[in-house]
Design a protein around this ligand. Structure first.
Ligand code: SIN
Length: 553
């Protein structure tokens, strides 16, 4: 048998190597073997790109109750209060655990030094300069590397979930770098595959953020929710790169303000430049449309140069490396897509609606963000709900009667030759699994040539018609064009990993547009000029989509 159809496995599978996946793995591995699968190298994750920090109501003048209040306020009526309650009360213990795992956060006089970001009424952002995600990822990867029960398989693209005839998730189907298909079996699978920022032309998310987790969970029949709520970060460095260079909001927390290029203040009154992100991003968007300018300026003149250099070395070095003399001119910025508040619906233990499938991190919908995520609540959500998911997983895997291993009598032969994956292949593929759209091998380079162009078209369309400000006509147009693009991709794009990523992006785009069309109001991050008011009478609930329920196919 060739490499095609090989099967590898572990008791618990984790898709994604960011903070959600790794903290879950470290906890589950206390009881059972874990295999973490990542489509690039182990350090490639959205977490690595998180600059701001992790929010925790631990300051002397702060409390979980105040953190809860701020989170609910930002969420604009859609947060699930019970879940936010878990987030803010369990958060501090989870942050302490990160310290135990070796994360080195910024301290002053021995205490964690707390920063402030938009929408927070207190200083409560635990940080490592403006490279917090990178520091957390470093510490977690070190801890994972030392753990004898955790293996990490890199450069394996997970193409689909494997769901048996009873509807239970039994693992995943993956493609290795040579195009070989690999079945990975798991008694439980955690999706921790991050976000989908690459669906937009301008995004702070890395190239890997193609929404694979939401797309494959939806294909497998899982419920997804609130896909219309896409957060645009107000301050990406202009001109934008791909991905855009994020200028952390914590700089505004230290006193920087947004100005038009003529020097006038952009957001006067109220919370000013520290208003929640949806407000700030929309203000910049509107101003640039009206003025015809390309960007606004983040004026950092109120912050001492040394403070900038110590607290925000990433921003300082990033600007200087790109020829931006920030101490003289300020920082040119524009909004860029940043974070998905919606995702795969989970309960308080991280369980999705598909038995055996859990989700955590940006891919998940836990209900804590509502219509607009409060800054720096996402890393917190990941650690709090991964901890809960790990507890539930350990109980589930230990439960008598759970069939956690493939039946050796009915398994196909496995292939142990020429194994390119850095862990021993000792498993086989079980029969009866249904692979949603598992691909044949990719060979046709001509087909692959079209993919970048199709991906660019989709991203431009989403930016223009499904961006910071939406309209009924724009959403209708986007729906039609996405459907045409999907037909074209099915016909022309082949079955390479790049083509599968594009299909996932199109799936996510269709879900965003469908959800945005259903929500005929404006709330939080979703603003539609044809329905500019919040309508609690009709839209005070989540937008839930499920395959076969009249949603995109
Ligand atoms: C930032 O540093 O501005 C980003 C933090 C976040 O997205 O929560």
């Amino acid at each position: 048998m060739t490499g095609e159809g090989r099967s590898l496995g572990a008791r618990v599978l984790v898709v994604g190597s960011g903070i959600a996946g790794l903290t879950y793995a470290l906890k589950v591995a206390e009881s059972t073997d874990v295999l973490v699968v990542t489509k690039k190298s182990r350090a490639d994750s959205n977490t690595n790109w998180a600059r701001g920090g992790i929010a925790a109501g631990i300051g002397g003048d702060d409390s979980p109750d105040l953190h809860l209040e701020d989170t609910l306020k930002a969420g604009d009526g859609l947060c699930h209060r019970d879940r936010v309650d878990l987030l803010v009360r369990e958060g501090p213990a989870r942050v302490a655990e990160l310290v135990e795992w070796g994360a080195r956060f910024h301290r002053e006089d021995g205490q964690l030094s707390l920063g402030r970001e938009g929408g927070h009424s207190r200083r409560r952002i635990v940080r490592a300069g403006d490279r917090t995600g990178r520091e957390i990822e470093r510490a977690l990867l070190d801890a994972v590397g030392r753990h004898p029960r955790i293996q990490v398989a890199q450069h394996l693209f997970v193409a689909d979930l494997v769901v048996d005839r009873s509807g239970r998730c039994r693992g995943v189907l993956a493609v290795d770098p040579r195009g070989n298909r690999v079945t990975l079996e798991g008694a439980v699978t955690l999706l921790a595959s991050g976000g989908a920022g690459q669906v937009y032309q301008h995004t702070t998310n890395p190239l890997i953020a193609t929404g694979d987790g939401v797309a494959m969970a939806y294909r497998a029949g899982a419920a997804v929710a609130n896909m219309e709520f896409v957060q645009f970060h107000p301050t990406a460095l202009y001109p934008t790169e791909d991905p855009a260079f994020l200028i952390t909001e914590a700089i505004r927390g230290e006193g920087a303000v947004l100005r038009r290029r003529d020097g006038s203040l952009l957001l006067a009154g109220g919370e000013g430049s520290l208003a929640p992100r949806d407000v700030v991003a929309r203000a910049i968007h509107r101003d640039l449309l009206e003025s015809g300018e390309s960007h606004v300026i983040l004026d950092i003149s109120r912050i001492p140069k040394e403070t900038m250099e110590v607290r925000f070395p990433g921003a300082v070095e990033g600007c200087l490396a790109r020829g931006v003399d920030l101490f003289r001119t300020g920082i040119p910025v524009v909004p860029a897509a940043h974070y998905f508040c919606g995702g795969v619906v989970t309960d308080a233990q991280g369980r999705t609606t598909v038995p055996g499938l859990y989700a955590s991190g940006e891919v998940a919908f836990t209900g804590v963000h509502g219509a607009n995520r409060l800054a720096s609540n996402s890393l917190l959500e990941a650690v709090v709900f991964s901890h809960r998911a790990a507890g539930a997983t350990v109980t589930e895997v230990a439960a008598p009667g759970l069939d956690t291993s493939p039946d050796p009598d009915t398994l196909a032969d496995s292939d142990t030759s020429a194994d390119p994956i850095p862990f021993p292949p000792d498993h086989r593929s079980a029969p009866g699994f249904e692979a949603g759209n598992f691909p044949p091998r990719a060979t046709e380079t001509q087909e692959m040539d079209r993919i970048p162009e199709l991906r660019r078209r989709l991203r431009h369309l989403m930016w223009t018609d499904v961006g910071i400000v939406r309209s009924d006509a724009g959403l209708r147009r986007a729906e039609g064009e996405i459907s045409a693009l999907r037909d074209r991709v099915q016909r022309e794009a082949g079955h390479s990993v790049a083509a599968l990523e594009l299909q996932n992006l199109l799936q996510v785009a269709a879900l965003i547009v469908r959800s945005a069309r259903m929500r005929r109001e404006s709330r939080g991050l979703h603003f539609n000029v044809d329905h500019p008011e919040r309508d609690d009478r009709r839209f005070a609930g989540d937008t839930i989509l499920r395959k076969g329920g009249g949603a995109p196919g």
